[in-house]
Design a protein. Structure first.
Lengths: 243, 113
């Protein structure tokens, strides 16, 4: 092992920071948009930043600000925000087998977004237990800081930024699908998983095209799971040829 | 912001945090019930272990849809996906495939856009 690699392993949070960099391509442009929209909806810069810091959930924040600006009852705003975020309940249990006994983990779950989960679900099982807390802290804090910083930037100078560099906001978000692609690709290990994953991707894209973005993730994942079990049933009746 | 609006922000934040945190505590209890020698993965209900990767696939599906759904954006997405997969197939790493995908996507958008 090289000296540089040994040095990097002794600082797992640095590895986490480095591996979370692709998330910034998706987070910063969307956070800038949120900051801009929050200002246009009548929130101050500090209020937008506080919402991003405390709620820290992209789609639901847009909905929150939009519904408040439209004059919706606040109980409904809160209910809809929580409904959109309900998919997060399956994330932490999926990571739990690889989490250590540290008391920091529950608090670090504040940073468990869709993207951080996708990254952690792939990377945590690949590293020694002693590295995991540091790695997750580095990755989650960078993602959180970029979301808060992007919101502040959007609130202060969002209009000027989007006018001056319109392509930046269009090109950089592709970092997110590219990252997810790299995380999902190794899971196409057999026909059963390929069918389940492929159908989840296709259904989620289809629902998003038809405007059902918020329902797309849980619905597509449920359909993928159904495919997974149906293929098992089919292969069992044919003598487990697909297993 | 009014006091009521602050309360709504705090309720949304607390609710979101609890949805991320409480399932972890539940799962930790399940894991603690196992003997030391057992594999932690066995404590996870099977459906939950299947749902994890499928949620990531669904997030991929959502993120693949471009903001402006015109022919150029779809073409750029297809070429970006191909470039990402090609570099991943060769290197099996995390960073370079993403960089290659974004670069390919950006070139298509800039040349044809």
């Amino acid at each position: 092992m090289s000296l540089q690699a040994t040095h990097a392993l002794s600082r797992p949070w640095l590895i986490g920071l480095r591996e979370a960099v692709p998330l910034l391509g998706g987070y910063v442009p969307v956070a800038i948009s949120f900051g801009l929209i929050a200002i246009q909806a009548g929130f101050s810069t500090w209020e937008a930043v506080i919402i991003s810091t405390l709620v820290y959930a992209g789609a639901s924040q847009f909905l929150f600000v939009g519904m408040v600006a439209a004059g919706a009852p606040l109980w409904l705003v809160v209910a809809m925000t929580l409904l959109i975020n309900a998919r997060h309940v399956v994330y932490a249990p999926n990571l739990a087998p690889w989490l250590t006994t540290s008391r920091w983990w529950p608090w670090l779950m504040h940073g468990l977004t869709d993207q951080v989960f996708a990254l952690a679900h792939t990377r945590l099982p690949q590293m020694p237990a002693s590295q995991r807390l540091g790695w997750f802290t580095g990755a989650a804090l960078l993602a959180w800081a970029s979301w808060i910083g992007g919101t502040a930037l959007g609130a202060v100078a969002g209009e000027e930024l989007t006018t001056r560099w319109p392509l930046l906001g269009e090109v950089m978000p592709f970092a997110l699908p590219a990252l997810f692609l790299v995380l999902v690709a190794p899971r196409f290990t057999n026909r059963r998983w390929s069918l389940a994953l492929g159908s989840a991707i296709a259904i989620a894209a289809l629902l998003t095209v038809t405007g059902l973005t918020n329902a797309a993730i849980p619905l597509a994942a449920a359909c993928g799971a159904l495919c997974f079990y149906l293929v098992k049933f089919g292969s069992t009746t044919r003598g487990n040829r697909d297993e | 912001m009014s006091s009521a609006l602050w309360l709504a922000v705090l309720a949304s934040a607390a609710g979101t945090l609890l949805m991320r945190l409480l399932p972890l505590l539940w799962m930790r209890r399940r894991l603690e019930r196992l003997d030391d020698g057992d594999d932690g993965l066995e404590a996870m209900p099977q459906w939950l272990g299947i749902l994890g990767p499928l949620m990531i696939a669904a997030v991929l599906g959502v993120s693949l849809v471009p903001k402006t759904t015109d022919a150029i954006s779809w073409l750029a997405t297809a070429i970006g996906v191909a470039a990402t997969l090609a570099v991943w197939w060769r290197l099996r790493s995390l960073g370079w495939p993403v960089a290659a995908g974004v670069a390919a996507y950006g070139v298509v958008v800039m040349v044809l856009g």
